[in-house]
Ligand binder design. Structure first.
Ligand code: BEZ
Length: 246
């Protein structure tokens, strides 16, 4: 996945903004060490570091890491694959917002995180839950199929039970695993939904000359359900997780 960092920063900064809520579960005392997995633009890593905690931000995207380093020179940022972590008992908390659903190999991810945590350390994360953005993804796949393109979804949006099982299989004791709806207003009014599709869905799989047709079909189909008070409201569902290393 290649990230359009400009579009992300300008139109989808709500992603880290919502992530601020997760910080209530993180001990931010100055003696704490925290790994932010999939730190993106670095905004949340910077906020945690501002409390005094020692924070390392990791992201697979070199472009995101470059942007994070430029924006927050006070924080350590490294490029790396979250499913191949090499840290050993270094962190009190591993934190992650809106990242795990991009990752196919959840066992490798959670196993690496467990090894990176000190004994008794915690994983605090949020990802999309089962049904996340279902209306938008279904409408997009359907419209794409009408122009001859089959969309393969690689997202991992689990149920509470599924994720609790994964946590336990990989060395964690789940402390809080909850799923909830979080309808999310998109920036830019009329353009909001297509900006979101361009950022998060495989729009580049659709030939350029067919994209306008696909966008319009999705917008027409979703307007009765997701256009509210002059803006698009995305049908996000979140899974919020706090788990302790066993
Ligand atoms: C999300 O953050 O929930 C999300 C990301 C990409 C596609 C769909 C949803």
């Amino acid at each position: 996945m290649h990230w359009n960092t400009t579009l992300y920063k300008e139109k989808h900064s709500f992603v880290p903004e919502y992530g601020k809520e997760l910080l209530q579960y993180v001990n931010l005392d100055p003696d704490q060490s925290i790994l932010d997995v999939g730190c993106g633009t670095g905004m949340l890593a910077h906020l945690m570091a501002a409390h005094g905690a020692k924070v390392v931000g990791l992201d697979a995207s070199e472009d995101m890491i470059a942007l994070a380093k430029e924006s927050y020179p006070d924080v350590t940022f490294v490029a790396g694959d979250a499913t191949r972590l090499t840290f050993r008992e270094e962190f009190d908390t591993v934190f992650s917002n809106a990242v795990f659903h991009w990752i196919q190999h959840q066992g490798d991810l959670l196993d690496g995180i467990c090894r990176a945590l000190k004994p008794g350390g915690r994983l605090v994360c949020e990802l999309g839950a089962k049904g996340n953005t279902q209306n938008i993804r279904d409408a997009f796949s359907q419209a794409a199929s009408h122009v001859g393109v089959e969309i393969q979804s690689h997202f991992f949006f689990p149920t509470v039970d599924q994720y609790e099982d994964l946590l336990m299989e990989n060395g964690f004791v789940p402390e809080r695993v909850v799923a909830f709806d979080r309808p999310t207003p998109l920036a830019e009014r009329e353009m909001g939904l297509r900006n979101w599709m361009i950022q998060f869905l495989p729009v580049s799989d659709i030939p350029e000359h067919q994209r306008e047709r696909v966008f319009q079909e999705v917008e027409n189909q979703l307007r009765p359900r997701l256009w509210k008070e002059g803006r698009w409201m995305a049908d996000y569902r979140r899974l919020r997780v706090v788990a302790r290393k066993a």
